[in-house]
Design a protein around this ligand. Structure first.
Ligand SMILES: CC(=O)SCCNC(=O)CCNC(=O)[C@H](O)C(C)(C)COP(=O)(O)OP(=O)(O)OC[C@H]1O[C@@H](n2cnc3c(N)ncnc32)[C@H](O)[C@@H]1OP(=O)(O)O
Ligand SMILES: O=CC(=O)O
Ligand SMILES: [Mg+2]
Length: 365
């Protein structure tokens, strides 16, 4: 709970007439958050055909949109959102940074015009709870004036050293907080890391096998090296902070569009650590994110077998059993239920996955 508001006030609307804040953030699948620049005509033209093929479409107004195109991007997003039926696909936007000359107009334009269609506002370069408090109050005022009946949620990008230091208070700063994304490019710059990439690893960040000596005492030069994950620490902190506050963590961008293999690896590391999705910068990254952030048929089969084993003969899920030579108990059951619940949520939005998961046969034993 943030220190700036007492527990009794935490779920009160921040403006008279603003919608009631949510007590729980709905777990809507958001495996790929697909970025498009609404001022780019070619990209904008692709939005209608992307509806239904991706969990989230995000109209980006911040970095990657030229300064001269900021107004066109904002107006383009209003036009696209007004003229598109998004069906099951969520619509998000990334507004400009809170210290930029554009952000006030971003919010005061978007909320009255398309606030009823916007699910989530992504706020870049969040430094602390005070940034969320500012957006929270302003959104409440704008929602009240626009007569909106549901609150727009807020997603923070973790891309400054101070933001990382304050990650727990950011996650708990408002009932609007929906999630956090890692912003590896800005974070690297802010931390003065010596990298030049948008996410992903670096061949120089590695561990090396110890030297091996042959029987005559000569050192072998043949020592294996293993590239390490530059983002492990930050993602792990994000995951814990999000879990503690009941919101969702996401890996952010992977800039090497031409390297789908490394993109998939980076996304999978994040998935295994607890993230629910990642950004897609190019249409080719959508299927990668959907594949990675959907549990495999094998994982769901195993998870269902564990659930069945612990609930067999009226079992209540407690105790220990042996399955395939391994001990399963209350704790492994809970892990399996995470996967089973995710499969159910994904089945509700993805007919292909629904069919695959439904076809899984769970054998006894
Ligand atoms: C660090 C950060 O902040 S990351 C987040 C901010 N960055 C972004 O949002 C980047 C978004 N993506 C892009 O700008 C582009 O994909 C780029 C610059 C990376 C590559 O663009 P291009 O060189 O045009 O890619 P490419 O030639 O492969 O595009 C093929 C087609 O897909 C379209 N396309 C490319 N990216 C997208 C996209 N994100 N959404 C929809 N359509 C897209 C192109 O317009 C092109 O259309 P066409 O066939 O009608 O000509
Ligand atoms: O905004 C994203 C980043 O990596 O920076
Ligand atoms: Mg950034």
């Amino acid at each position: 709970m943030p220190s700036s508001r007492s527990p009794k006030d935490f779920f009160r609307p921040l403006a008279v007439g603003a919608p009631q804040p949510l007590r729980e953030i709905p777990a809507r699948p958001s495996r790929a958050i697909h970025f498009f620049d609404p001022s780019n005509e070619k990209m904008a033209a692709k939005v209608p055909q992307l509806v239904g093929t991706v969990d989230v479409l995000l109209g980006n107004l911040e970095d990657a949109v030229k300064a001269d195109n900021k107004v066109a991007a904002r107006e383009g997003l209003v036009r696209i959102a007004s003229g598109t039926d998004f069906g099951p696909t969520q619509l998000w936007t990334r507004i400009n940074a809170l210290d930029s000359p554009w952000v006030l107009d971003d919010l005061t334009t978007l909320v009255p015009a398309i606030g009823d269609k916007l699910d989530v506002v992504m706020v870049p370069k969040v430094q602390g709870a005070e940034d969320i408090a500012y957006v929270d109050r302003l959104l409440a005022q704008l929602e009240a004036r626009a007569g909106l009946d549901r609150p727009i949620l807020v997603h923070a990008i973790l891309e400054t050293a101070r933001g990382v230091a304050n990650v727990e208070e950011i996650c708990g700063a408002s009932p609007r907080m929906q999630g956090l994304s890692l912003g590896p490019a800005d974070l690297a710059a802010d931390r003065r890391m010596k990298t030049t990439r948008v996410g992903g690893g670096h061949p120089g960040y590695l561990v090396r096998e110890d030297p091996r000596r042959t029987s005559d005492g000569v050192e072998s030069n043949d020592r294996a090296t293993y590239q390490q994950d530059l983002w492990h620490y930050t993602i792990a902190r994000m995951v814990d902070a999000c879990a503690m506050h009941g919101i969702s963590p996401y890996y952010g961008p992977f800039g090497d569009i031409g390297d789908p293999v490394a993109c998939e690896d980076q996304f999978r590391n994040a998935f295994l650590l607890g993230c629910v999705g990642a950004w897609s910068l190019h249409p080719t990254q959508i299927p990668i994110a959907h594949r990675v952030f959907s549990p495999s048929v094998e994982d769901i089969r195993h998870a269902r077998r564990v659930v069945a084993a612990l609930q067999r003969d009226g079992g209540d899920g407690t105790g220990a059993v042996m399955l395939d030579g391994k001990m399963e108990d209350d704790a492994s059951l809970k892990q399996c239920l995470v996967l089973v619940e995710l499969a159910e949520q994904l089945s509700a939005v993805d007919p292909e996955l629904k069919e695959k998961y439904a076809a899984i046969e769970v054998s006894d034993g």
